[in-house]
Unconditional design. Structure first.
Length: 416
């Protein structure tokens, strides 16, 4: 009886610690203990005790007391998430290379390594061995700086099952890999997942790192500020392949098997070009990186997946080259059609366009948004927004690190 009671108390304490961390992560500014008590519904005594534990273990830090003296009692001391103690490791294997990033709870990138590589016809064993070495270098740096590693994620451009199988990653030419057999996966107790879903996680404010006040008046920063931690949005990840994720009230909807959100394989023309998935007219065959480069007549076949080719496409499009303009127009038609279908299906009014499309002209989102608003069935009520990603550079890598950090946030007591 005694041991059962103490286990439950530990669970409760860990849960309450988790609630406090989550509250601070999502808060737009530091919070006093009194404020935390009000927001979480925990008593002031509980908050004081738990805040003491979080301070002791380097999860939070105290800022200078607020200068304005309250009418009664002591001035309050704001608490915020601390940098320097706990880190998650994100790993990614993509069509343009592989790499590793360590991220702490305060949102600071502690270390990162990326290896650009030609990933055509690669051997999975070889790439996992190379990624293992890259990760070990990052882990050494974390140890030197006194960080505790709390978990790690691995983003892959394909279908990943709950039981660690990579069913297929067509743009790498890999299929039916038992991910659990790799030393890297075993050593780090890695959580593998689909890259688009991990990239979507990185876009959720306060998901696993402190929300940073975003400075700069660039359009990207302004648009990004419109998203809150509990918003719903559809994320589209664009590369050679196109992936996607539906985020509902701050949670990625994965479906019954973990495969939900494959927007790249929504067909817009049953008589359209053949897709690598076996269907015809998929979004990927119009708006994927390879498809666009080929349609614009810049390169064909293997040469079309060279990242330099899409830079050439961008230059030609800006210069008004008719084939480039036509290819982009057709891709935009397909994008608008799939966005509208996704909004009709999921009843989510915000779409975030990530990947290489996010580097296109800044007016693109406004153009997409205008066209989209005419294609939504519930257009009287849903006013679609098309946003650029908050995290545009390697978002899946960051999301994978956040998957690791969530282990800690969900059960902090397990690490103390
Ligand atoms: Zn397809």
């Amino acid at each position: 009886m005694t041991s059962l009671k103490s286990i439950n108390q530990d669970d409760l304490r860990s849960h309450n610690l988790s609630v406090i961390i989550d509250t601070l992560l999502r808060a737009p500014s530091p919070m006093s203990r009194a404020n935390l008590a009000k927001t979480t519904g925990l008593t002031k005594a509980t908050i004081s005790l738990l805040a003491g534990m979080l301070l002791e273990h380097g999860v939070v830090r105290e800022l200078e007391p607020e200068s304005a003296q309250p009418a009664y009692g002591r001035p309050s001391t704001p608490l915020t998430i601390a940098s320097g103690s706990w880190a998650g490791i994100g790993l990614q294997i993509n069509t343009d290379g592989y790499g590793c990033m360590a991220l702490d709870l305060a949102g600071q990138v502690v270390a990162s390594r990326w290896v650009d590589d030609d990933m055509r016809q690669t051997d999975a064993d070889d790439i996992f061995a190379k990624l293992n070495r890259v990760s070990q270098a990052v882990e050494r740096k974390l140890r030197q700086r006194g960080y505790g590693v709390v978990g790690s994620g691995l983003a892959l451009p394909g279908l990943v099952t709950d039981d660690m199988q990579l069913l297929m990653a067509r743009n790498l030419g890999w299929e039916h890999l038992n991910l659990g057999s790799y030393e890297l996966v075993q050593r780090l107790d890695l959580m593998p997942g689909n890259e688009a879903k991990m990239a979507a996680l990185a876009q959720i404010p306060g998901y696993a790192t402190q929300e940073q006040p975003r400075s700069g008046a660039g359009s990207r920063a302004l648009e990004a500020c419109e998203l809150t931690p509990t918003d719903s949005f559809i994320y589209i990840s664009t590369d050679i392949g196109i992936g996607g994720a539906v985020v509902h009230k701050g949670t990625v909807e994965v479906g019954d098997h973990g495969f939900a959100g494959e927007l790249g394989h929504v067909s817009v023309d049953v008589n359209g070009p053949a897709c690598r998935c076996g269907r015809r007219g998929c979004l990927e065959t119009y708006a994927g990186r390879r498809a666009l480069v080929e349609a614009a007549g810049i390169a064909q076949g293997d040469e079309a997946v060279n990242p330099k080719a899409v830079e050439e496409l961008y230059r030609r499009w800006q210069a008004g080259d008719p084939k480039a303009v036509d290819a982009i127009d057709r891709a935009l038609d397909a994008l608008v059609s799939v966005m509208a279908s996704a909004i009709n299906l999921a009843d989510v009014g915000t779409v975030m366009l990530g990947g290489f499309w996010a580097n296109f002209d800044g007016s693109l989102t406004a153009r997409l948004q205008r066209r989209l608003s005419h294609q939504i069935l519930a257009r009287d009520r849903i006013h679609p927004r098309v946003l650029l990603p908050r995290v545009a550079d390697k978002p899946a890598l960051q999301g994978a690190a956040e998957v690791g950090l969530r282990n800690f946030i969900d059960n902090p007591l397990a690490y103390f």
